[in-house]
Design a protein around this ligand. Structure first.
Ligand SMILES: [Zn+2]
Length: 161
């Protein structure tokens, strides 16, 4: 899998702890949640080229009996919409990442990839160009992925602690 060096997600101080708590509380089920923040376009020294910094500022852990965050997003649009509007209105934040955990491992499953493709094709503007963050519930390592131009890519996750 290609690693895209020009997209980076930064988790602000304390956010990784919140995410780990969400995962621990959901065990043995998979945890899911939504990350809100801002996206900054940072010009590189080459004219016309940019890095995209996804600055994660808020994490909403979803208590749900659904098997995946997409199942939640689709079947519980009202609750998703409420969390989304609160973040967007009170702090001018947008949805930047869909988070979930796996019992072990942090690579996207076949279902994850199908969901990424689904959102890329049919998603609302607000759910496009998401970074999918996945945490291994065992070692708590987190990785980021995007489905861009019909390709699954890995992006850098940096926790600012
Ligand atoms: Zn998954």
């Amino acid at each position: 899998m290609r690693k895209e060096k020009d997209v980076i997600i930064y988790l602000k101080y304390g956010l990784l702890e919140k995410i780990k708590d969400c995962v621990n509380n959901a065990t043995p089920n998979e945890a899911c949640g939504f990350v809100f923040g801002t996206i900054e376009e940072v010009p590189l020294s080459v004219p016309g080229e940019f890095q995209y910094h996804y600055i994660a500022k808020e994490f909403h852990c979803i208590e749900s009996n659904h098997k995946s965050p997409i199942a939640f997003l689709i079947s519980d649009e009202e609750r998703f919409g409420k969390a989304f509007r609160e973040a967007a209105h009170s702090q001018d934040l947008r949805l930047i990442s869909i988070f979930h955990s796996h019992p072990s491992g942090n690579r996207p499953s076949g279902t994850d990839l199908d969901n990424m493709k689904y959102l890329d094709k049919f998603g609302l503007k607000a759910t496009k160009n998401q970074i999918w963050t996945i945490m291994d519930a065992k070692d708590k390592k987190i990785k980021g992925y995007m489905y861009l131009q019909k390709e699954l890519i890995e992006v850098e996750v940096i926790s600012q602690e």
